[in-house]
Ligand binder design. Sequence first.
Ligand code: ADP
Ligand code: GLC
Length: 487
Amino acid sequence: MTRVLFASSEVYPLIKTGGLADVSASLPEALCRLGYDVHILLPGYPAAMSAASKAGARPVARFIIDGLSVSLVQSRLPGTAVTLLLVDCPPLFGREGNPYQNELGVDWPDNPQRFKVFAQVGARIALGQLKLLWVPEIVHCNDWQSALIPVFLDDHPARPGTVFTIHNLAYQGLFPRETFERLGLPEALWRYDQLEFHGQLSFIKGGLVFSDRITTVSPGYAEEIQTPELGYGLDGLLRYRRPQLSGILNGIDTRTWNPEDDRYLDAHYGPDHLRNKRLCQARLRKALGLAPQGAALLGFVGRLVEQKGLDWLLSVMPPLLERGCQFALLGSGESRFEQPLKELARKWPAQVSLTLGYDEALAHQITAGCDLFLMPSRFEPCGLNQMYSLRYGTVPVVHAVGGLRDTVFDPADNGIDNANGFCFTSPSSLSFLETIERALDCHKNRKAWRRLQENGMAGDYSWTQSAAHYGELYQGILAERQNPVMQ
Ligand code: ADP
Ligand code: GLC
Protein backbone atom coordinates (compact mmCIF):
# COMPACT_ATOMS: atom_id res chain seq x y z
CA MET A 1 0.00 0.00 0.00
CA THR A 2 1.89 3.06 -1.18
CA ARG A 3 1.45 5.97 1.22
CA VAL A 4 0.55 9.28 -0.44
CA LEU A 5 0.22 12.71 1.16
CA PHE A 6 -2.13 14.77 -1.04
CA ALA A 7 -1.76 18.49 -0.26
CA SER A 8 -4.45 20.89 -1.43
CA SER A 9 -5.87 24.26 -0.39
CA GLU A 10 -9.48 23.19 -1.06
CA VAL A 11 -11.34 19.89 -0.78
CA TYR A 12 -15.02 19.25 -1.49
CA PRO A 13 -17.31 19.26 0.50
CA LEU A 14 -15.29 21.04 3.20
CA ILE A 15 -14.24 24.12 1.25
CA LYS A 16 -14.55 24.90 -2.46
CA THR A 17 -14.01 27.76 -4.89
CA GLY A 18 -13.67 25.63 -8.04
CA GLY A 19 -12.76 22.34 -9.62
CA LEU A 20 -9.59 21.94 -7.53
CA ALA A 21 -11.83 21.07 -4.58
CA ASP A 22 -13.75 18.43 -6.55
CA VAL A 23 -10.54 16.81 -7.79
CA SER A 24 -8.93 16.95 -4.34
CA ALA A 25 -11.75 14.80 -2.99
CA SER A 26 -12.50 12.46 -5.87
CA LEU A 27 -8.92 11.64 -6.89
CA PRO A 28 -7.78 10.62 -3.37
CA GLU A 29 -10.93 8.52 -3.06
CA ALA A 30 -10.24 6.81 -6.37
CA LEU A 31 -6.62 6.18 -5.32
CA CYS A 32 -7.88 4.62 -2.08
CA ARG A 33 -10.08 2.30 -4.11
CA LEU A 34 -6.96 1.28 -6.05
CA GLY A 35 -5.29 0.35 -2.77
CA TYR A 36 -3.28 3.52 -2.06
CA ASP A 37 -3.08 4.80 1.49
CA VAL A 38 -3.88 8.49 0.93
CA HIS A 39 -3.88 11.24 3.55
CA ILE A 40 -5.18 14.64 2.44
CA LEU A 41 -3.50 17.71 3.93
CA LEU A 42 -5.72 20.81 4.10
CA PRO A 43 -5.53 24.11 6.00
CA GLY A 44 -7.82 24.07 9.04
CA TYR A 45 -10.40 26.60 7.84
CA PRO A 46 -13.39 26.92 10.22
CA ALA A 47 -15.76 25.02 7.89
CA ALA A 48 -13.26 22.19 7.52
CA MET A 49 -12.56 22.07 11.27
CA SER A 50 -16.22 21.85 12.20
CA ALA A 51 -17.02 19.18 9.56
CA ALA A 52 -13.97 17.22 10.68
CA SER A 53 -14.91 17.39 14.33
CA LYS A 54 -18.31 15.87 13.47
CA ALA A 55 -16.48 13.00 11.76
CA GLY A 56 -14.35 12.49 14.90
CA ALA A 57 -11.21 14.62 14.94
CA ARG A 58 -8.19 14.25 17.20
CA PRO A 59 -4.94 16.23 17.44
CA VAL A 60 -1.96 14.11 16.44
CA ALA A 61 0.87 16.66 16.76
CA ARG A 62 1.54 20.09 18.24
CA PHE A 63 4.48 22.28 17.29
CA ILE A 64 5.63 25.85 16.62
CA ILE A 65 6.28 27.37 13.17
CA ASP A 66 7.19 31.05 12.64
CA GLY A 67 6.44 31.59 16.34
CA LEU A 68 2.89 30.34 15.79
CA SER A 69 1.44 27.42 17.61
CA VAL A 70 0.15 24.82 15.12
CA SER A 71 -1.63 21.58 15.73
CA LEU A 72 -2.25 18.82 13.24
CA VAL A 73 -5.72 17.36 13.52
CA GLN A 74 -6.61 13.99 12.05
CA SER A 75 -10.08 13.09 10.83
CA ARG A 76 -11.78 11.54 7.82
CA LEU A 77 -13.07 13.12 4.65
CA PRO A 78 -16.85 12.88 5.28
CA GLY A 79 -18.43 9.83 3.70
CA THR A 80 -15.11 8.29 2.60
CA ALA A 81 -12.27 6.14 3.89
CA VAL A 82 -9.74 8.88 3.13
CA THR A 83 -7.77 10.25 6.09
CA LEU A 84 -7.81 14.01 6.48
CA LEU A 85 -5.05 16.01 8.16
CA LEU A 86 -5.94 19.59 9.01
CA VAL A 87 -3.38 22.28 9.77
CA ASP A 88 -5.02 24.00 12.71
CA CYS A 89 -3.53 27.45 13.20
CA PRO A 90 -6.35 29.98 13.90
CA PRO A 91 -4.27 33.15 13.34
CA LEU A 92 -3.60 31.97 9.77
CA PHE A 93 -6.60 29.85 8.80
CA GLY A 94 -9.37 30.66 11.28
CA ARG A 95 -11.24 32.92 8.83
CA GLU A 96 -14.75 32.28 7.54
CA GLY A 97 -15.66 32.37 3.85
CA ASN A 98 -13.37 32.22 0.86
CA PRO A 99 -10.04 30.54 1.59
CA TYR A 100 -7.96 33.16 -0.20
CA GLN A 101 -9.87 36.45 -0.02
CA ASN A 102 -11.82 38.66 2.36
CA GLU A 103 -15.51 39.44 1.88
CA LEU A 104 -14.64 42.28 -0.53
CA GLY A 105 -12.86 39.86 -2.84
CA VAL A 106 -9.40 41.15 -1.88
CA ASP A 107 -6.61 38.60 -1.31
CA TRP A 108 -5.58 38.20 2.32
CA PRO A 109 -2.31 40.14 2.64
CA ASP A 110 -0.70 37.30 4.60
CA ASN A 111 -1.43 34.62 1.96
CA PRO A 112 2.31 34.07 1.37
CA GLN A 113 2.86 33.32 5.05
CA ARG A 114 -0.30 31.21 5.28
CA PHE A 115 0.76 28.95 2.44
CA LYS A 116 4.43 28.91 3.41
CA VAL A 117 3.45 27.58 6.83
CA PHE A 118 1.06 25.10 5.18
CA ALA A 119 3.98 23.86 3.06
CA GLN A 120 6.30 23.68 6.06
CA VAL A 121 3.81 21.45 7.82
CA GLY A 122 3.60 19.25 4.69
CA ALA A 123 7.40 18.99 4.60
CA ARG A 124 7.62 18.10 8.29
CA ILE A 125 5.07 15.32 7.85
CA ALA A 126 6.92 14.11 4.76
CA LEU A 127 10.24 13.95 6.60
CA GLY A 128 8.79 12.15 9.60
CA GLN A 129 9.62 15.10 11.86
CA LEU A 130 6.22 15.17 13.55
CA LYS A 131 6.65 11.66 14.91
CA LEU A 132 3.38 10.48 13.39
CA LEU A 133 3.08 6.75 12.90
CA TRP A 134 2.57 7.45 9.20
CA VAL A 135 5.18 8.87 6.78
CA PRO A 136 4.37 9.23 3.06
CA GLU A 137 6.38 7.72 0.23
CA ILE A 138 4.90 10.22 -2.23
CA VAL A 139 3.83 13.82 -1.70
CA HIS A 140 1.35 15.04 -4.30
CA CYS A 141 1.03 18.86 -4.36
CA ASN A 142 -1.60 20.90 -6.15
CA ASP A 143 -1.32 24.49 -7.42
CA TRP A 144 0.77 27.28 -5.94
CA GLN A 145 -0.59 27.02 -2.40
CA SER A 146 1.28 23.76 -1.83
CA ALA A 147 4.15 24.39 -4.25
CA LEU A 148 6.76 25.13 -1.59
CA ILE A 149 6.60 21.60 -0.17
CA PRO A 150 8.98 20.15 -2.82
CA VAL A 151 11.30 23.12 -2.20
CA PHE A 152 11.53 22.37 1.51
CA LEU A 153 12.10 18.67 0.78
CA ASP A 154 14.72 19.12 -1.90
CA ASP A 155 17.98 18.71 -0.02
CA HIS A 156 16.86 15.77 2.12
CA PRO A 157 18.18 12.56 0.56
CA ALA A 158 15.63 10.38 2.35
CA ARG A 159 12.68 12.49 1.23
CA PRO A 160 9.56 11.01 -0.39
CA GLY A 161 8.97 11.35 -4.13
CA THR A 162 7.15 14.50 -5.23
CA VAL A 163 4.46 15.24 -7.82
CA PHE A 164 3.17 18.71 -8.61
CA THR A 165 -0.14 19.10 -10.43
CA ILE A 166 -0.98 22.32 -12.25
CA HIS A 167 -4.72 22.91 -12.13
CA ASN A 168 -4.42 26.43 -13.46
CA LEU A 169 -1.17 28.07 -14.52
CA ALA A 170 -2.83 31.51 -14.46
CA TYR A 171 -2.65 31.48 -10.67
CA GLN A 172 1.02 31.45 -9.71
CA GLY A 173 1.39 32.92 -6.23
CA LEU A 174 3.53 35.93 -7.26
CA PHE A 175 4.74 38.31 -4.56
CA PRO A 176 7.31 41.10 -4.30
CA ARG A 177 10.96 40.53 -3.35
CA GLU A 178 10.22 41.97 0.15
CA THR A 179 7.87 39.06 0.75
CA PHE A 180 10.67 36.64 -0.04
CA GLU A 181 12.76 38.35 2.62
CA ARG A 182 9.92 38.54 5.12
CA LEU A 183 9.26 34.83 4.75
CA GLY A 184 12.88 34.13 5.59
CA LEU A 185 13.39 31.87 2.60
CA PRO A 186 17.05 30.96 1.97
CA GLU A 187 18.79 33.52 -0.28
CA ALA A 188 20.09 30.65 -2.45
CA LEU A 189 16.54 30.18 -3.76
CA TRP A 190 16.51 33.68 -5.27
CA ARG A 191 17.63 32.61 -8.73
CA TYR A 192 15.87 32.67 -12.06
CA ASP A 193 16.03 28.86 -12.18
CA GLN A 194 14.54 28.53 -8.68
CA LEU A 195 11.92 30.83 -7.06
CA GLU A 196 12.71 34.18 -8.70
CA PHE A 197 10.45 35.19 -11.59
CA HIS A 198 11.14 38.56 -13.24
CA GLY A 199 12.09 40.15 -9.93
CA GLN A 200 9.23 38.54 -8.02
CA LEU A 201 8.83 35.55 -5.75
CA SER A 202 6.94 32.79 -7.56
CA PHE A 203 5.46 30.03 -5.41
CA ILE A 204 4.44 27.94 -8.40
CA LYS A 205 8.03 27.76 -9.63
CA GLY A 206 8.81 25.82 -6.47
CA GLY A 207 6.55 23.03 -7.69
CA LEU A 208 7.71 23.27 -11.29
CA VAL A 209 11.45 23.29 -10.52
CA PHE A 210 11.74 20.96 -7.55
CA SER A 211 9.20 18.16 -8.12
CA ASP A 212 10.12 14.75 -9.48
CA ARG A 213 7.14 14.88 -11.84
CA ILE A 214 4.83 17.63 -13.05
CA THR A 215 1.35 16.86 -14.24
CA THR A 216 -1.53 18.93 -15.45
CA VAL A 217 -5.18 18.09 -15.73
CA SER A 218 -5.53 17.28 -19.43
CA PRO A 219 -3.22 16.24 -22.27
CA GLY A 220 -4.35 19.29 -24.27
CA TYR A 221 -3.39 21.76 -21.53
CA ALA A 222 -0.04 19.97 -21.06
CA GLU A 223 0.79 20.97 -24.64
CA GLU A 224 -0.68 24.48 -24.42
CA ILE A 225 1.31 25.53 -21.34
CA GLN A 226 4.51 24.87 -23.25
CA THR A 227 3.62 27.68 -25.67
CA PRO A 228 4.17 31.42 -25.07
CA GLU A 229 0.40 32.05 -25.46
CA LEU A 230 -0.63 29.98 -22.44
CA GLY A 231 2.68 29.52 -20.64
CA TYR A 232 2.58 32.88 -18.80
CA GLY A 233 6.36 33.18 -19.05
CA LEU A 234 6.83 29.68 -17.63
CA ASP A 235 6.66 27.90 -20.99
CA GLY A 236 10.46 27.77 -21.27
CA LEU A 237 10.76 26.07 -17.90
CA LEU A 238 7.94 23.69 -18.80
CA ARG A 239 9.59 22.82 -22.12
CA TYR A 240 12.82 22.18 -20.22
CA ARG A 241 10.95 19.83 -17.89
CA ARG A 242 9.01 18.20 -20.72
CA PRO A 243 10.40 14.70 -19.97
CA GLN A 244 8.85 14.88 -16.50
CA LEU A 245 5.63 16.61 -17.59
CA SER A 246 2.41 14.84 -18.50
CA GLY A 247 -1.29 15.58 -18.87
CA ILE A 248 -3.74 13.30 -17.06
CA LEU A 249 -7.39 14.04 -17.69
CA ASN A 250 -9.48 14.66 -14.58
CA GLY A 251 -12.33 12.35 -13.78
CA ILE A 252 -15.54 13.35 -12.03
CA ASP A 253 -17.32 12.04 -8.97
CA THR A 254 -19.77 9.80 -10.80
CA ARG A 255 -21.74 9.11 -7.61
CA THR A 256 -22.57 12.74 -6.85
CA TRP A 257 -23.05 13.51 -10.54
CA ASN A 258 -25.43 10.80 -11.66
CA PRO A 259 -28.79 11.64 -13.32
CA GLU A 260 -30.14 8.25 -12.24
CA ASP A 261 -30.16 9.15 -8.54
CA ASP A 262 -29.00 12.76 -8.16
CA ARG A 263 -30.21 13.92 -4.75
CA TYR A 264 -30.84 17.45 -6.03
CA LEU A 265 -33.34 16.29 -8.69
CA ASP A 266 -36.96 15.26 -8.15
CA ALA A 267 -37.06 13.27 -11.38
CA HIS A 268 -34.34 10.89 -12.52
CA TYR A 269 -33.30 9.59 -15.89
CA GLY A 270 -30.61 7.66 -17.75
CA PRO A 271 -29.37 6.95 -21.27
CA ASP A 272 -32.19 4.54 -22.12
CA HIS A 273 -34.93 6.43 -20.29
CA LEU A 274 -34.48 10.09 -21.03
CA ARG A 275 -38.14 11.08 -20.64
CA ASN A 276 -37.74 12.55 -17.17
CA LYS A 277 -35.15 14.99 -18.45
CA ARG A 278 -38.10 16.98 -19.83
CA LEU A 279 -39.61 17.01 -16.37
CA CYS A 280 -36.34 18.33 -14.94
CA GLN A 281 -36.47 21.03 -17.59
CA ALA A 282 -40.05 22.01 -16.78
CA ARG A 283 -39.25 22.19 -13.05
CA LEU A 284 -36.15 24.25 -13.66
CA ARG A 285 -38.05 26.76 -15.80
CA LYS A 286 -40.72 27.04 -13.14
CA ALA A 287 -38.28 27.35 -10.25
CA LEU A 288 -36.34 30.07 -12.06
CA GLY A 289 -39.44 31.98 -13.17
CA LEU A 290 -38.76 31.44 -16.88
CA ALA A 291 -41.56 31.15 -19.44
CA PRO A 292 -42.74 27.51 -19.72
CA GLN A 293 -41.69 27.33 -23.38
CA GLY A 294 -38.69 28.60 -25.32
CA ALA A 295 -36.66 27.80 -28.42
CA ALA A 296 -34.05 26.06 -26.23
CA LEU A 297 -32.72 26.37 -22.71
CA LEU A 298 -29.01 27.20 -22.49
CA GLY A 299 -27.08 26.80 -19.25
CA PHE A 300 -23.92 28.22 -17.71
CA VAL A 301 -22.41 27.48 -14.30
CA GLY A 302 -19.07 28.85 -13.28
CA ARG A 303 -16.85 31.52 -11.88
CA LEU A 304 -17.62 34.87 -13.53
CA VAL A 305 -14.05 35.65 -14.53
CA GLU A 306 -12.14 36.38 -17.74
CA GLN A 307 -11.04 32.72 -18.09
CA LYS A 308 -14.61 31.54 -18.58
CA GLY A 309 -15.23 33.66 -21.70
CA LEU A 310 -17.93 35.84 -20.12
CA ASP A 311 -17.41 38.61 -22.67
CA TRP A 312 -18.23 36.17 -25.48
CA LEU A 313 -21.26 34.94 -23.58
CA LEU A 314 -22.46 38.52 -23.12
CA SER A 315 -22.14 39.25 -26.83
CA VAL A 316 -24.02 36.17 -28.04
CA MET A 317 -26.92 36.49 -25.61
CA PRO A 318 -28.87 39.35 -27.27
CA PRO A 319 -29.15 37.75 -30.75
CA LEU A 320 -30.07 34.40 -29.19
CA LEU A 321 -32.69 36.04 -26.98
CA GLU A 322 -34.18 37.60 -30.12
CA ARG A 323 -34.50 34.06 -31.47
CA GLY A 324 -36.44 32.95 -28.40
CA CYS A 325 -33.66 31.13 -26.51
CA GLN A 326 -33.68 31.07 -22.74
CA PHE A 327 -30.72 31.14 -20.34
CA ALA A 328 -30.22 29.65 -16.89
CA LEU A 329 -27.05 31.20 -15.47
CA LEU A 330 -25.37 30.54 -12.15
CA GLY A 331 -22.10 31.99 -10.92
CA SER A 332 -20.33 34.63 -8.99
CA GLY A 333 -17.23 36.67 -9.62
CA GLU A 334 -16.21 40.01 -11.04
CA SER A 335 -18.75 42.81 -11.03
CA ARG A 336 -17.78 43.82 -14.58
CA PHE A 337 -19.49 40.58 -15.65
CA GLU A 338 -22.18 40.44 -12.98
CA GLN A 339 -23.55 43.91 -13.85
CA PRO A 340 -24.26 43.38 -17.58
CA LEU A 341 -25.71 39.94 -16.85
CA LYS A 342 -28.03 41.49 -14.27
CA GLU A 343 -29.05 44.04 -16.88
CA LEU A 344 -29.94 41.30 -19.39
CA ALA A 345 -31.90 39.38 -16.73
CA ARG A 346 -33.84 42.56 -15.91
CA LYS A 347 -34.62 43.27 -19.57
CA TRP A 348 -35.62 39.69 -20.47
CA PRO A 349 -37.26 38.27 -17.32
CA ALA A 350 -39.07 35.41 -19.06
CA GLN A 351 -35.93 34.32 -20.87
CA VAL A 352 -32.97 34.99 -18.60
CA SER A 353 -32.51 33.70 -15.09
CA LEU A 354 -29.38 34.81 -13.29
CA THR A 355 -28.42 33.44 -9.87
CA LEU A 356 -25.44 35.16 -8.35
CA GLY A 357 -23.69 33.12 -5.69
CA TYR A 358 -22.79 29.54 -5.05
CA ASP A 359 -25.60 26.99 -5.18
CA GLU A 360 -24.77 23.30 -5.34
CA ALA A 361 -28.38 22.15 -5.87
CA LEU A 362 -29.03 24.64 -8.67
CA ALA A 363 -25.77 23.64 -10.39
CA HIS A 364 -27.13 20.08 -10.62
CA GLN A 365 -30.60 21.25 -11.71
CA ILE A 366 -29.18 23.45 -14.49
CA THR A 367 -26.93 20.62 -15.64
CA ALA A 368 -29.94 18.29 -15.83
CA GLY A 369 -32.61 20.71 -17.08
CA CYS A 370 -30.89 22.52 -19.96
CA ASP A 371 -30.67 21.52 -23.61
CA LEU A 372 -27.24 23.06 -24.16
CA PHE A 373 -24.45 23.81 -21.71
CA LEU A 374 -22.16 26.70 -22.65
CA MET A 375 -18.42 26.78 -21.91
CA PRO A 376 -16.80 29.46 -24.06
CA SER A 377 -13.66 29.44 -21.88
CA ARG A 378 -10.68 31.44 -23.14
CA PHE A 379 -8.58 28.62 -21.74
CA GLU A 380 -9.59 25.62 -19.67
CA PRO A 381 -7.02 23.34 -18.03
CA CYS A 382 -9.61 20.57 -17.79
CA GLY A 383 -13.11 21.76 -16.94
CA LEU A 384 -15.53 19.55 -15.07
CA ASN A 385 -18.85 21.07 -16.08
CA GLN A 386 -18.67 19.77 -19.65
CA MET A 387 -18.24 16.25 -18.26
CA TYR A 388 -21.15 16.74 -15.86
CA SER A 389 -23.34 17.97 -18.71
CA LEU A 390 -22.31 15.12 -21.04
CA ARG A 391 -23.29 12.64 -18.35
CA TYR A 392 -26.66 14.39 -17.99
CA GLY A 393 -27.49 14.34 -21.71
CA THR A 394 -27.07 18.12 -21.91
CA VAL A 395 -25.11 18.88 -25.04
CA PRO A 396 -22.05 21.09 -24.43
CA VAL A 397 -20.96 23.94 -26.70
CA VAL A 398 -17.33 24.68 -25.91
CA HIS A 399 -14.26 26.57 -27.05
CA ALA A 400 -11.86 23.86 -28.25
CA VAL A 401 -9.08 24.44 -25.73
CA GLY A 402 -7.36 22.38 -23.03
CA GLY A 403 -9.52 19.72 -21.46
CA LEU A 404 -12.58 20.87 -23.42
CA ARG A 405 -10.85 19.84 -26.64
CA ASP A 406 -10.01 16.47 -25.08
CA THR A 407 -13.57 15.66 -24.02
CA VAL A 408 -16.01 17.29 -26.47
CA PHE A 409 -16.24 16.02 -30.04
CA ASP A 410 -18.04 17.93 -32.78
CA PRO A 411 -20.06 16.18 -35.50
CA ALA A 412 -18.35 18.37 -38.11
CA ASP A 413 -15.01 16.67 -37.37
CA ASN A 414 -16.10 13.28 -36.10
CA GLY A 415 -19.45 12.51 -37.74
CA ILE A 416 -22.64 12.34 -35.71
CA ASP A 417 -21.96 8.77 -34.56
CA ASN A 418 -18.80 9.80 -32.77
CA ALA A 419 -19.85 13.25 -31.59
CA ASN A 420 -21.15 14.44 -28.23
CA GLY A 421 -21.18 18.24 -28.48
CA PHE A 422 -20.09 21.29 -30.43
CA CYS A 423 -16.71 23.04 -30.51
CA PHE A 424 -15.53 26.36 -31.88
CA THR A 425 -11.90 26.90 -32.68
CA SER A 426 -11.46 30.57 -33.61
CA PRO A 427 -11.37 32.69 -30.49
CA SER A 428 -14.23 35.07 -31.22
CA SER A 429 -17.82 35.67 -30.17
CA LEU A 430 -18.90 35.32 -33.80
CA SER A 431 -17.52 31.83 -33.99
CA PHE A 432 -19.19 31.01 -30.64
CA LEU A 433 -22.51 32.32 -31.96
CA GLU A 434 -22.24 30.37 -35.23
CA THR A 435 -21.51 27.20 -33.28
CA ILE A 436 -24.53 27.68 -30.99
CA GLU A 437 -26.62 28.25 -34.11
CA ARG A 438 -25.29 25.00 -35.56
CA ALA A 439 -26.23 23.27 -32.30
CA LEU A 440 -29.74 24.79 -32.39
CA ASP A 441 -30.23 23.53 -35.95
CA CYS A 442 -29.21 20.05 -34.86
CA HIS A 443 -31.56 20.33 -31.86
CA LYS A 444 -34.48 20.43 -34.32
CA ASN A 445 -33.47 17.03 -35.67
CA ARG A 446 -34.70 14.69 -32.92
CA LYS A 447 -32.77 11.67 -34.11
CA ALA A 448 -29.43 13.43 -34.45
CA TRP A 449 -29.88 15.17 -31.10
CA ARG A 450 -30.71 11.94 -29.37
CA ARG A 451 -27.56 10.43 -30.85
CA LEU A 452 -25.43 13.23 -29.41
CA GLN A 453 -27.06 12.83 -26.01
CA GLU A 454 -26.55 9.07 -26.02
CA ASN A 455 -22.94 9.38 -27.04
CA GLY A 456 -22.32 11.89 -24.27
CA MET A 457 -24.06 9.77 -21.66
CA ALA A 458 -22.17 6.65 -22.74
CA GLY A 459 -18.77 8.25 -22.07
CA ASP A 460 -16.58 7.09 -19.20
CA TYR A 461 -15.86 10.13 -17.02
CA SER A 462 -14.90 8.14 -13.94
CA TRP A 463 -11.50 8.31 -12.28
CA THR A 464 -10.76 4.66 -13.01
CA GLN A 465 -8.24 5.20 -15.79
CA SER A 466 -6.79 8.51 -14.65
CA ALA A 467 -6.24 7.41 -11.06
CA ALA A 468 -4.40 4.38 -12.44
CA HIS A 469 -2.19 6.78 -14.45
CA TYR A 470 -1.31 8.69 -11.28
CA GLY A 471 -0.57 5.33 -9.67
CA GLU A 472 1.86 4.46 -12.47
CA LEU A 473 3.51 7.83 -12.07
CA TYR A 474 4.00 7.28 -8.33
CA GLN A 475 5.45 3.82 -8.92
CA GLY A 476 7.80 5.22 -11.56
CA ILE A 477 9.14 7.81 -9.09
CA LEU A 478 9.59 5.23 -6.35
CA ALA A 479 11.48 2.90 -8.69
CA GLU A 480 13.69 5.77 -9.85
CA ARG A 481 14.46 6.87 -6.29
CA GLN A 482 15.34 3.36 -5.21
CA ASN A 483 17.60 2.95 -8.19
CA PRO A 484 19.01 6.41 -8.98
CA VAL A 485 21.46 5.04 -11.59
CA MET A 486 18.56 4.57 -13.95
CA GLN A 487 17.83 8.34 -14.01
P1 ADP B 1 -12.82 25.98 -12.33
O1 ADP B 1 -12.11 25.10 -11.38
O2 ADP B 1 -11.91 26.68 -13.28
O3 ADP B 1 -13.75 26.93 -11.66
P2 ADP B 1 -14.15 23.54 -13.23
O4 ADP B 1 -15.09 23.30 -14.37
O5 ADP B 1 -13.01 22.63 -13.11
O6 ADP B 1 -13.72 25.06 -13.29
O7 ADP B 1 -14.93 23.36 -11.86
C1 ADP B 1 -15.87 24.23 -11.38
C2 ADP B 1 -16.65 23.53 -10.30
O8 ADP B 1 -17.29 24.50 -9.48
C3 ADP B 1 -17.74 22.64 -10.81
O9 ADP B 1 -17.98 21.61 -9.89
C4 ADP B 1 -18.94 23.61 -10.87
O10 ADP B 1 -20.18 22.96 -10.88
C5 ADP B 1 -18.72 24.38 -9.61
N1 ADP B 1 -19.25 25.73 -9.57
C6 ADP B 1 -18.71 26.85 -10.11
N2 ADP B 1 -19.47 27.93 -9.83
C7 ADP B 1 -20.50 27.47 -9.10
C8 ADP B 1 -21.64 28.10 -8.49
N3 ADP B 1 -21.85 29.40 -8.60
N4 ADP B 1 -22.51 27.33 -7.80
C9 ADP B 1 -22.30 26.00 -7.69
N5 ADP B 1 -21.26 25.35 -8.24
C10 ADP B 1 -20.38 26.07 -8.92
C1 GLC C 1 -8.79 24.56 -12.35
C2 GLC C 1 -9.13 24.72 -13.82
C3 GLC C 1 -10.17 23.75 -14.31
C4 GLC C 1 -9.92 22.35 -13.78
C5 GLC C 1 -9.82 22.40 -12.27
C6 GLC C 1 -9.58 21.04 -11.64
O1 GLC C 1 -9.56 25.33 -11.52
O2 GLC C 1 -9.52 26.05 -14.12
O3 GLC C 1 -10.15 23.72 -15.72
O4 GLC C 1 -10.97 21.50 -14.17
O5 GLC C 1 -8.76 23.22 -11.90
O6 GLC C 1 -8.39 20.44 -12.09
